[in-house]
Design a protein around this ligand. Sequence first.
Ligand SMILES: N[C@@H](CCC(=O)N[C@@H](CS)C(=O)NCC(=O)O)C(=O)O
Length: 209
Amino acid sequence: MSGALQLYVDARMTSPYAMSAFVALTEKGLPFALQTVDLAVQAQHAPEYTALSTTQRVPTLIHGDFALCESSAIDEYLDEVFPEVSIYPKDIQQRALARQLQAWLRSDLMPIRSERDTEVVFYGAKRAPLSQEALRSVDKLILAATRLLPEHADNLFDTYSIADTDLAMMLMRLIANGDNLPARLRVYAERQWMRPSVQAWVNHPSRKK
Ligand SMILES: N[C@@H](CCC(=O)N[C@@H](CS)C(=O)NCC(=O)O)C(=O)O
């Protein structure tokens, strides 16, 4: 398993999933080429990209002649192939909880994801007050995050993991729009957001103005 690394992300750099893979590569200190796919013109369905991307979505990781989609699969692959710097907990049960959180954040909380799209986080867009349905999702998110995050902790587990970045991303959707969150979750998310790997994504020179 060798070869150059390339990461395909959306041209606006608003995909939380592309961000997760970007942060994984950056946390590990791996050199990689960033390629952009313009979703606004449906470039994800163009033959050049479908030749590489099984799902026709971003992110797609290229490692030599191997191509992989789905951000959490990418995060886990990188952690197995480049284990020097871990982005998942070493403890098996903590690692399982990190994966649980990643899977849940990608499959539930749809009202938050749609009413607080990531233009809010990355481009300062402001959205209307949350619907009742979205408020119920927020309650679920708060309960889960409060349960998983120990009091006064900076990270969910013993050390930083990529699940911290994914959870911070979900919380930032609300924080960036001025929605209410318990102070400890806000402090946690804002600290996670300041990690150099996350800031490298937020302030990336390829980001559209
Ligand atoms: N579960 C996937 C979600 C990927 C995804 O939804 N990507 C969106 C951008 S945020 C995309 O490529 N949309 C274009 C399309 O589906 O045609 C992951 O974690 O990678």
